[in-house]
Design a protein around this ligand. Structure first.
Ligand code: 2P0
Length: 432
């Protein structure tokens, strides 16, 4: 019997992956690049156990067992790993995995999930990179964007051009400590599973959107170069503007898809207007946004402007009365925001009435490291490979705000309970 436990972060693309040239191998029609989100705030933890005594492979996600035989993506990852190592030949594997954020709600749960699975299996099977980015191709086969979650900091996924996908892999552009001032505010508009999966949405887009073809061929190659340069130079205005433009173009391709796909909603569009008004009030680009395949807003901001930006969010998108304490994951950040206040002139630049309760909660986070091995004390399975948590945790009587008063590890576990209980638990749905 052997066991490994890992944690993997999620990532947020600032140049988006959308469209495949090979859907079996998840080979994209364009390169993309993302920031790795600090896994103290959003992560997947996965324990894999291998034993010759297990009659079958088994998988538990967020406390519920999945039918692993029917999950083609997981089977592909298993086959790739086993095809490269005879170490555990004849042995079966138990996988136990938990997200501490909503599954399939546009927060890149598939990225964190498949990065964790492939990283854990690679460690268990003693696989090493045969060339830079090699192991990221295993995560990519599970879910395209997952290849970018193995490394920390700023990570590109170079599209490659080989038919076997060996050159379609992740490359770290800069580590997490290159730009420690870069921070993120995730405004969770909805933690429900989205109506159109990314996999289905991007396939229809490839089939029907001329704008997507133009974007992949003509727009993204130049943007990748500009984006990497902006990140290297820590040029926030250039970085944020490119991220906003690329998000807007990605969602334009969704509208150009036939029939069209709508991932943004009225709240998302109000946040977009709000960010531009904020920048107008500040007289410079201090805030950026990017939206994945869902309505949640990911705001980009430098540390010195984060309290002001959060104050503006609190003023224009306040929580329901009574929900204030749990609204922001870091209470000290909320206090700092209230002390600073929003920029003068924002109310004039953004004349919409405050929209109470349309944002469920806010994660203040930053850029962090990639997938990591955890201590065995953090294992999610016992020595027989059986999950230590056999059912989703009941929604605690204490609200998220109560959870936030606890020490940080308990807080994460409780917050995970609150969020995981609301999540849809099918690995088949582990597509953003
Ligand atoms: C990205 N997204 O670059 C883009 C931006 C969503 C919008 O990668 O079919 O879940 O598993 O390869 O990776 C969502 O697609 O799709 C995605 P599959 P994935 O992050």
């Amino acid at each position: 019997m052997a066991q490994v436990t890992v944690a993997s972060p999620t990532n947020i693309a600032v140049i988006k992956y959308w469209g495949k040239r090979d859907s079996k191998l998840n080979l994209p029609i364009n390169s993309s690049v993302s920031i790795t989100i600090n896994q103290a705030d959003l992560r997947t933890v996965t324990t894999v156990t291998a034993s010759k005594d297990f009659p079958t492979d088994r998988l538990w996600l967020n406390g519920e067992e999945e039918d692993i035989e029917k999950n083609k993506r997981v089977q592909k990852v298993f086959a790739m790993v086993r095809g490269r190592s005879s170490k555990w030949a004849g042995m079966k594997v138990h996988v136990v995995s938990i997200n501490n954020f909503p599954t399939a709600a546009g927060l890149a749960s598939s990225a964190a999930g498949y990065a964790a699975l492939s990283f854990a299996l690679a460690k268990l099977y003693d696989l090493e990179d045969a060339y830079p980015g090699d192991l990221s191709t295993i995560a990519r086969v599970g879910s395209g964007s997952a290849c970018r979650s193995l490394a920390g900091g700023f990570v590109a996924w170079d599209m490659g051009d080989k038919a076997d996908g060996t050159d379609s892999c992740a490359r770290q552009v800069a580590p997490a400590n290159h730009w420690p001032e870069l921070q993120v505010l995730i405004l969770v508009v909805s933690d429900k599973k989205k109506a159109v999966s990314s996999t289905a949405g991007m396939q229809t887009a490839v089939d029907t959107s001329p704008l997507l073809a133009h974007r992949a061929a003509k727009v993204v190659p130049a943007r990748m170069v500009e984006m990497e340069a902006a990140y290297h130079k820590k040029d926030f205005a250039a970085f944020a503007q490119l991220a906003m433009q690329d998000s807007n173009q990605f969602h334009s391709t969704c509208l150009d898809t036939y029939p069209p796909i709508f991932y943004l909603n009225d709240v998302s569009r109000a946040v977009i207007q709000f960010v531009h008004a904020f920048n107008t009030a500040c007289g410079e680009v201090r805030l950026g946004y990017t939206f994945d395949a869902g309505p949640n807003a990911v705001l980009l901001v430098l540390k010195q402007h984060a309290p002001q930006a959060l104050a503006a969010v609190l003023a224009h998108f306040p929580p329901e009365r009574g929900a204030e304490a749990g609204y922001v994951n870091r209470p000290a950040m909320r206090q700092a925001a209230l002390a600073v206040g929003p920029p003068a002139g924002l109310a004039a630049a953004f004349p919409l009435e405050p929209q109470v309760g349309v944002i469920k909660y806010v994660y203040h986070t930053d850029v962090g490291p990639g997938a990591t091995i955890l201590d065995s004390s953090e294992a999610l399975a016992d020595s027989a490979g059986m999950p230590l948590m056999t059912a989703p945790p009941p929604r605690p009587a204490a609200s998220l705000s109560g959870a936030l008063e606890l020490c940080s590890s308990s807080r994460l576990q409780l917050a995970a309970g609150v969020l995981a209980a609301a999540a849809v638990l099918a690995v088949a749905a582990r597509k953003k």
